[in-house]
Design a protein around this ligand. Structure first.
Ligand code: SF4
Length: 238
């Protein structure tokens, strides 16, 4: 699915202390996603029939909010959905940067070309990219056919270190085994930061996942200890 006409804002969290490392930020949610991860918490930003019903925030209201928060917020987190589907994203970010805000982008890594463009244009200060699963299971975990070459390209672009970054994986029982997590860690080994995020059984795209219990924290901590030597920073979140 391509979102072509302007940036569509499906939500705004006015303050977050946890989504942008070291910064007080707001999070803006852009609608549309090319993946269908069954455990996704944001179906209203992903499924076209739900996107339609989701109230949108006009850009001018969003920029008015940014103007009012000048001096109170350090940065903006752009997430979705998948923000890089929006062709207007570079212009949208330019306007945010012009106001002096730091920008963090959350992405599924499926659009390496745009990532490169944003990095080279100094439009992003921090990128968080999801690693959904080991290469062989990627499409299964993402709920759609994924071009793994593009994911690989995005990994390489981030590992060049031209912009601050992290990789992260939401770890879901019934999808990820211990071996899968180690496989993912080996794939991106040498990266600056890797976070394992424990799944939360909330409203999910596939309702079956709402009944799935997260792994006990000890399970993730044990794996984190094993893979920590591959990264400068490796932690369990959530
Ligand atoms: S979790 Fe998957 S489906 Fe949901 S927004 Fe992220 S990439 Fe899209």
């Amino acid at each position: 699915m391509k979102i072509s006409k302007g940036v569509k804002i499906g939500g705004l969290q006015k303050t977050t202390l946890i989504d942008y490392p070291g910064k007080i930020a707001a999070t803006v949610f852009l609608v549309g996603c090319n993946f269908r991860c069954p455990f996704c918490y944001s179906s209203e930003l992903v499924l076209p029939e739900k996107i339609e019903r989701q109230p949108k925030i006009p850009e001018k209201d969003f920029f008015k909010f940014l103007k009012e928060r000048k001096g109170l917020l350090d940065g903006l987190v752009l997430c979705g959905g998948e923000p890089t589907l929006n062709k207007e994203l570079p212009n949208f970010i330019k306007k945010i940067k012009k106001m002096g805000y730091f920008v963090k982008l959350d992405t599924n890594g499926s659009n390496p070309k745009l990532l490169e463009k944003l990095i080279d244009g100094k439009l992003v200060d921090y990128i968080a990219m999801d690693i959904k699963g080991p290469k062989e299971k990627y499409s299964e975990v993402a709920g759609t056919k994924v071009d793994i070459k593009k994911i690989q390209e995005s990994i390489e672009i981030l590992k060049e270190g031209k912009v601050d970054y992290e990789f992260r994986s939401t770890i879901v029982p019934s999808i990820h085994t211990k071996e899968d997590i180690i496989e993912m860690a080996k794939w991106i080994r040498g990266a600056k930061r890797y976070y394992l995020q424990n799944f939360r059984a909330e409203k999910t795209i596939d309702p079956k996942f709402e009944k799935i219990k997260p792994y006990p924290p000890e399970f993730l901590l044990e794996i984190q200890k094993a893979i920590a030597p591959f990264f400068e920073v490796c932690q369990v979140r959530g």
